[in-house]
Design a protein around this ligand. Structure first.
Ligand SMILES: C[S@@+](CC[C@H](N)C(=O)[O-])C[C@H]1O[C@@H](n2cnc3c(N)ncnc32)[C@H](O)[C@@H]1O
Length: 209
């Protein structure tokens, strides 16, 4: 998936992945990460998710990375925040209160720029990436913030029935991607028929420790 694929989605407002409420699985399971208010959550490929506002309201600091300038601008506008913006070359850093957003490519983000984080919340990030990029993504997250717990939502479905994104990431792949560094615990799942073509999908919430 080239960056232009996503830029076009944002320009043309093809953003069906964006939910109009904080994710119910986030609200239900975030406590399992065992964080204290004030600790910092990294939200990769964050779009303009309302989950960020929810995390801020709970008293957490949040860092995110997102390719689309449109998404980042709308995120701050919808939060009613005016960021200070610094040009970092391939990335731009938007900062307001307890929120840091890096506009640009996740793979250009370094641990030094990101700073310390205490957990990762991955909703529609891993599953947004094609198979060859997912291994690179998991390795990059490990380099950015080793050994922090993750709350991770995945979809699993018959990839032959539909092209991603979102892509199917079954449990065996998750084990290959993260199993060396983490133990994986399934917290909840639900079945639904979705993605326009009524494909049977299993959505799973994972805790990685
Ligand atoms: C499926 S959306 C999910 C957004 C958000 N997590 C949510 O739940 O609404 C994936 C997002 O990742 C962004 N994205 C894709 N590849 C990226 C990359 N390499 N670096 C940063 N952002 C990326 C896209 O612009 C898009 O907003």
């Amino acid at each position: 998936m080239e960056p232009e694929f996503w830029h076009q989605k944002w320009r043309e407002r093809v953003i069906g992945f964006h939910l109009n409420e904080p994710n119910p699985f986030l609200r239900k399971h975030f406590g399992q990460l065992g964080l204290q208010p004030g600790q910092r959550v990294f939200v990769p490929l964050c779009g303009k998710t309302l989950d960020i506002g929810w995390l801020l309201q709970q008293g957490y600091a949040v860092a995110g990375v997102e390719l689309s300038e449109i998404a980042v601008s709308e995120l701050f506008a919808e939060l009613g925040l005016t960021p200070v913006i610094h040009d970092l070359g391939s990335l731009k850093h938007y900062q307001a209160l307890q929120l840091d957003i890096f506009e640009g490519n996740l793979f250009d983000l370094t641990a030094a720029l990101l700073g310390s984080v205490d957990a990762v919340y991955d909703r529609a990030a891993l599953v947004a990436l094609p198979a060859d990029t997912r291994a690179r993504y998991a390795a990059h997250l490990q380099a950015l913030c080793p050994a922090v717990p993750h709350l991770l939502l995945t979809f699993a479905y018959d990839q032959a029935l539909r092209q991603g994104p979102p892509f199917s990431v079954p449990a065996a792949e998750l084990e290959r991607l993260y199993g060396v560094h983490y133990s994986l615990k399934e917290l909840e799942y639900r079945h639904f028929e979705g993605f326009q073509q009524n494909v049977p999908v299993r959505e799973t919430v994972w805790l990685l420790r």
